[in-house]
Design a protein. Structure first.
Length: 86
């Protein structure tokens, strides 16, 4: 099980890119603490896990990128809903 390799309260670093349409996003690296681990699915090839990470202080540059992504996503979702309602 993943808990054997990643016990709760383990310090983790996650690196990822957000799929933004307006510009190419830089790779974000955030440090946090694992606070919950759930066994999601099991297939013949591998096990899949979901885990929650609590982030400490997010640097201002990364925070701005995340806020821009959320605003863009919300705008796109609102536009799709308006198109659907027509």
């Amino acid at each position: 099980m993943l808990e054997e390799f990643l016990p709760l309260k383990t310090k983790v670093q996650i690196a990822f890119k957000l799929p933004m349409s307006t510009f190419e996003s830089h790779q974000l690296r955030l440090q946090g603490t694992a606070i919950r681990i759930d066994h999601s699915t099991k297939t013949n090839a591998y096990d899949s896990y979901k885990f929650a990470v609590q982030f400490g202080e997010v640097p201002p540059y990364e925070k701005k990128i995340i806020e821009d992504y959320i605003a863009e996503k919300k705008k796109n979702d609102d536009n799709q809903l308006k198109d659907f309602m027509r």
